[in-house]
Design a protein around this ligand. Structure first.
Ligand code: UDP
Length: 253
């Protein structure tokens, strides 16, 4: 069998050439990184959970008419996606303060935002993904004003969807990050949600206890990341049939 072509390897995912033009295969790895890859580990089963969770969220977005890259899941770790040109921005939406905005503005984590805040970081690991104003984005040509208006509208729709889905399973959506891709249809360009939506790129707090069910568990050494993601998947009813993160078998005497 011919080896398929690897097109890009990122921190948590690898992209391969897809079976048809305009498609890619997105493979979810078990690698976890934080603080611009200064902290690294392999979390057994994370890739399987994120593949399922991203499928679940993207499918829901399709059902409410929010365009995104997801076509279909292929297996435990891979999904078929639409190839797109990634806009070099991380689009962050915040409902409550946490992480970098808490540090920057001295806000206690959990403080509600006056309204959902959409902000942009320039995607460049060597610079540590710096926060950038719209002025930079337009002046340097990373996106046009029209693109930004469309991106904000998309991000707010994703926020409403994700907040509602999470609320339904007793989880508060604190913030999240999405990436946006451009696809070309004839002479027209369309912006779609790309990359992934998973607990790697969201902050999710249990509504009752405030327990963190996202990558902060790894960033801040708060316990088992696989357990946290499994809990999110379990509440949403999307646990893979072959449970990947099961306790090791014990010997029966
Ligand atoms: N985020 C992400 N990738 C990044 C930076 C942020 O997925 O490279 C997500 C992060 O998980 C959180 C949200 O975006 O849900 C806001 O992150 P923040 O700006 O607070 O940065 P952090 O505290 O993670 O450095």
């Amino acid at each position: 069998m011919a080896r398929r072509k690897k097109l890009y390897e990122g921190k948590a995912k690898t992209l391969y050439e897809g079976p048809e033009p305009g498609t890619l295969v997105q493979y979810f790895k078990d690698d976890a990184t934080a603080f611009n890859a200064e902290k690294k580990d392999v979390i057994e089963g994370k890739g399987v959970l994120n593949n399922r969770l991203s499928e679940y969220f993207m499918t829901g977005l399709t059902q409410i008419g929010v365009p995104n890259h997801f076509i279909k899941r292929l297996n435990m770790r891979e999904q078929l996606i639409r190839a797109c040109e990634i806009v070099p921005l991380e689009v962050i939406v915040r409902n409550f303060a946490a992480g970098s905005i808490s540090k920057r503005l001295g806000l206690e984590e959990g403080t509600p935002m006056p309204r959902p805040i959409v902000e942009f970081s320039y995607k460049d690991d060597s610079l540590g993904d710096p926060l950038v104003p719209e002025e930079y984005i337009i002046a340097f040509g990373w996106a046009t004003q029209q693109d930004l208006d469309d991106i904000v509208a998309l991000a707010l729709r994703v926020n409403d969807y994700m907040s509602g889905v999470m609320y339904g399973v007793g989880i508060k959506l604190i913030d999240f990050k999405i990436e946006i891709g451009r696809v070309y249809e004839g002479d027209f360009q369309r912006l779609i949600v790309a990359d992934e939506i998973s607990p790697d790129s969201c902050r999710l707090w249990d509504m009752e206890s405030g327990q963190k069910l996202d990558k902060d568990v790894f960033r801040r050494d708060l316990g088992s990341l696989a357990d946290a993601y499994t809990e999110v998947a379990r509440r949403l009813g999307v646990l893979p049939t072959n449970v990947t993160h099961a306790p090791k078998p014990t010997l029966i005497n």
